[in-house]
Design a protein around this ligand. Structure first.
Ligand code: SF4
Length: 891
């Protein structure tokens, strides 16, 4: 059976023909030109015609072609760990969901979906759960990303509208970045701002973030806000706006409710909760209030909070009070994390919304959707949001769970508990590209899904632009598109009429037609102008900003009022400061802030396939302020054991004055598969915002102490090493793997340890070793013929060999030289990779700065090419230049 006999409209692209598509990663939504080579590979270029990026791509987008191999892909359905055919798998999933619903009711089942899904996938999953099963128990991992922005928008605007667009970044005179490391997490938007500021140096940038990040290097002002202190800053700003006559009374009188109460609440707020000095606050308030064209960008630092929705409304209040919204160069701008987080919001992927920005609680909206779908039922109340959904799984209330295209066993807060809950659930289905994710390993049924480059559909970026993702490669093995899998299961459950789709274009037309009904009901999301696209028009659809109706295409909202509340007025809210939900105590005295690194994405299922992307950050780490490191006895490059009441992790210590004293930062990406002791979300407490349900991922109280290592190790190998030590973190290098290791128990026989680590039989290879037991030093190389297959370096302190040099010797014929662990005079050590595109290390760049007297990032680019392709490393190049200047000044 092939998709129940479906006609698959789209065929893979012709070799050598560039296909216009969209990046798979962040919510910037960059346009990509993908050219298949006919042998499974794809060449990638930025699309100069796409309005999000005009040809730019960051390091992740540039490396998309390195992540499309079929290595490790799930090629057939699996039931209880054994390959199965699609008919059997679909029948089993349908039968178990139907039987559970019949016995325990619709709310006994749940779907947990993803901002990686395309809108067409999302639409049918939402339709099945809300209109045919009759529950709203479908929630998306976007709940962890931007649910607080959705809630804040709905409270202020009456619906979830992003008022402005990316052009505002070039038009603004002041850009305020709140809780947003744009340089690493939305690099192309960062590049747009950097280019605008370079062209017009009078433009000011303020960065509000507890720590200094790569983004801070662009800022004229950095405000190290206390964890959770954002409301106190923006309440102070609103009070200043009111006190200095900066309120736009013409705008507020005509278009806004709630001004007086919100100003009174702002004035009652204690500004010291911001963690800033009076002078810092005064300078920021004067700059903001005195600049008409101001854009305030916010992302996870605002959203991932137990007061996330309040933070959003505190920001939006300031824009509404001054009328600085919906006009060129001004407005609040929520930047979403995922490629289709916005699309998920639009199709109703959240448990508390219907499709097309219609509300579950609104009887008229429910009836309209019910009628349109002609479905047997419609959900009557909001379903379980992500954290509550997995609590219900843990309590046995959810008895059948389908996880699509995401990895909650790693990414949810209290991840160990979530993992155990999934393992204990009566029936779990995972549809994914890979059967080896931490979540897929817990499933009863794993269904092979297509991924980026193999599927067709639409995504919406952070500025409301809908773009096509297009197929350039055939599906591997028996993999199917997510929309097909959902429709197959729906039909097997007896819902053939509602799911007889044969292409994503058909789904899109239905979705667009439903949005027209939403538009008639006064909603913002209306793309009914696209409801009659012919298949060829859908195939050729160019990026377009919504709304798309007979009368309007795209544009900004709210410059002249026109809010989506019952009286058409925007709402300012009286916002009161609340501290993060949990307070540090003597057992857990520090705050843990989690986030992303530059070159990895989520749980690394795709980015870890690229050796290039894996070099920038080869292992998980803990960023610690020098004062805290001294107090805790944490030494640079040694390991720390970090713990909360929910779990613990072992992480490499990165001592940096960029950290805020009292707070640690750790990245979120590592998994059981890549660094079992680095799963940071195991520690994160599942406190949620009472309005948005979004978890607080940046303020968990934790403790830290040195990990009691008796030895440290580093290994390179052409085979994947086994996880044999307490600390083990592996990443790809060009021809194999590089692995960091450590243990608290002494190793008696290093040659035996090496063979276990590399999983080789004693007689199959030649072992070369240098062991100095007195000094705790060991170096072991395994060779086959004259080829170096693996090498292990161990010492009592962190191993000081050059990672790059040793990795480059893997596969060569210099078993004795690799044991030396040093670059020869002919191969200088390039140091840790800074520029992923051209594989240029920190030592190479620093040497060029010194030898050639380079003084600008552009000069480094001219000398070495570094920073001249995707530009993601340009902030780090700036930091190296600044460092060189400091050293020169000190001499
Ligand atoms: Fe992709 Fe980078 Fe663009 Fe985000 S900024 S969409 S990750 S290329």
């Amino acid at each position: 059976m092939d998709g129940a006999g479906q006609k698959l409209r789209s065929t893979p692209a012709t070799a050598g023909t560039a296909v216009s598509t969209t990046c798979a990663y962040c919510g910037v939504g960059c346009g990509v030109l993908a050219t298949p080579d006919g042998a499974g590979g794809v060449a990638i270029k930025g699309d100069k015609t796409h309005t999000a990026n005009f040809g730019r791509l960051c390091s992740k987008g540039s490396a998309l072609g390195e992540t499309v191999s079929t290595e490790g892909r799930l090629l057939a359905p699996r039931i209880d760990g054994r390959d199965a055919d699609w008919d059997t798998a679909i029948a089993l999933v349908a039968e178990r969901f139907s039987a559970t619903i019949e016995k325990h009711g619709p709310d006994s089942v749940a779907f947990y979906v993803s901002g990686q899904l395309l809108s067409e996938d999302y639409y049918v999953a939402n339709k099945l759960m809300k209109g045919y099963i009759g529950s709203a128990n479908i929630d998306t991992n976007s709940r962890l990303c931007m649910a607080s922005s959705v809630a804040g928008h709905k409270r202020a605007f009456g619906t979830d509208t992003v008022p402005g667009n990316y052009e505002d970044l070039e038009e603004a005179d002041l850009i305020v970045l709140v809780g947003s490391n744009l340089a690493w997490c939305h690099p192309v938007l960062y590049q747009r701002i950097a280019a605008a500021k370079a062209a017009r140096p009078s433009m000011k940038v303020v960065n509000i973030d507890p720590r200094r990040t790569a983004t801070t290097d662009l800022a004229d002002m950095h405000l190290s806000v206390a964890p959770g202190g954002d409301v106190a800053i923006f309440n102070a700003l609103l009070a200043h706006i009111a006190d200095t006559g900066a309120i736009d009374h013409a705008y507020t009188n005509a278009h806004i409710d709630g001004l007086a109460d919100s100003v009174a609440a702002a004035k009652a707020c204690d500004p010291s909760a911001s963690g800033l000095t009076g002078a810092e606050l005064a300078e920021f308030c004067a700059l903001w209030a005195g600049t008409q064209k101001v854009v305030t960008i916010y992302s996870q630092g605002v959203n991932q909070s137990s007061a996330g929705a309040d933070k959003v409304n505190a920001i939006v209040n300031c824009h509404l009070a001054t009328g600085r919204i919906g006009r060129p160069g001004m407005g609040p701008l929520s930047v979403t994390g995922q490629p289709n987080a916005m699309g998920g919001r639009e199709v109703g992927g959240l448990a508390n919304t219907l499709a097309c920005h219609l509300d579950i609680e609104n009887t008229e909206h429910r009836a309209a959707v019910h009628d349109f779908w002609a479905s047997p039922t419609i959900c009557e109340q909001p379903g379980l949001k992500a954290v509550d959904m997995f609590r219900a799984v843990d309590e046995g209330k959810i008895k059948a769970l389908w996880v699509m295209c995401t990895n909650p066993a790693v990414s949810m807060p209290e991840a160990d508990k979530v993992s155990a809950a999934i393992a204990g659930c009566e029936f779990v289905v995972v549809s994914d590209m890979f059967g080896t994710t931490d979540t897929a390993k817990l499933a009863d049924v794993v269904l092979p899904a297509t991924g980026w480059g193999e599927k067709d559909g639409t995504v919406t970026n952070s500025e409301r632009v809908i773009s096509r993702q297009r197929k350039v490669l055939p599906p591997p093995g028996a993999a199917r598109h997510d929309w097909q899998i959902v429709c197959d299961v729906a039909r097997a459950m007896g819902h053939g009429d509602g799911f007889d789709f044969t292409s994503p274009a058909e789904i899109f037309r239905e979705y667009a037609a439903l949005s027209g009904i939403a538009g008639n009901l006064g909603r913002d999301f209306d793309i009914s102008g696209l409801a009659h696209l012919r298949d060829t028009e859908y195939d050729g659809l160019k990026p377009v900003q919504w709304p798309v109706t007979r009368n309007r295409t795209g544009g900004r909202f709210f410059g002249d009022g026109g809010f989506f509340t019952p009286n058409g007025k925007g709402r300012m809210l009286a916002i009161t400061y609340r501290a993060p939900a949990s307070t540090p105590d003597s057992a857990h005295p520090y705050r843990l802030n989690t986030g992303r690194v530059r070159d990895h994405w989520h749980t690394m299922t795709r980015t870890a396939l690229s050796p290039r992307l894996s070099q920038h950050m080869g292992e998980p780490y803990l960023e610690v302020h020098p004062t805290d490191a001294l107090a805790l006895g944490l030494k640079p490059a040694h390991l720390a054991e970090v713990s909360s009441p929910h779990g613990k992790a072992i992480l490499r210590v990165l001592v940096s004055d960029r950290a805020r004293p009292g707070s640690f930062f750790a990245p979120m990406h590592w998994t059981q598969d890549t660094a079992p002791s680095g799963r940071i979300d195991a520690l994160v407490e599942a406190n949620t915002d009472p309005v948005s349900g979004q978890p607080e991922s940046k303020a968990t109280p934790v403790a830290a102490k040195p990990f009691d290592a008796t030895w440290y190790g580093f290994a390179v190998s052409s085979v994947r090493p086994a996880p044999v030590s307490e600390y083990w973190a592996t990443a790809r290098v060009g021809s194999g793997w590089r692995t960091e290791l450590a243990g608290s128990t002494p190793v008696a026989d290093w040659e035996h340890f090496a063979r276990t680590l590399f999983d080789v039989a004693p007689d199959s290879m030649t072992t070369l070793s240098v062991i100095d037991a007195t000094r705790g030093l060991a170096r072991v190389a395994l060779t086959q013929g004259d080829r170096v297959i693996a090498a292990l370096f161990a010492a009592r302190d962190p191993v000081a060999v050059s990672r790059g040099v040793v990795a480059n010797m893997l596969g060569g014929d210099r078993g004795d030289a690799i044991l030396a662990g040093r670059a020869g005079a002919d191969r200088p050590d390039p140091g840790a990779v800074v520029c992923s595109c051209f594989d240029i290390g920190v030592n190479t760049i620093s040497a060029a700065i010194a030898d050639k007297h380079l003084t600008s990032v552009d000069q480094i680019g001219a000398a070495l090419n570094a920073g001249t392709n995707c530009g993601s490393c340009r902030p780090e190049l700036s930091a190296l230049l600044a460092n060189a200047r400091r050293m020169d000044a000190a001499e």
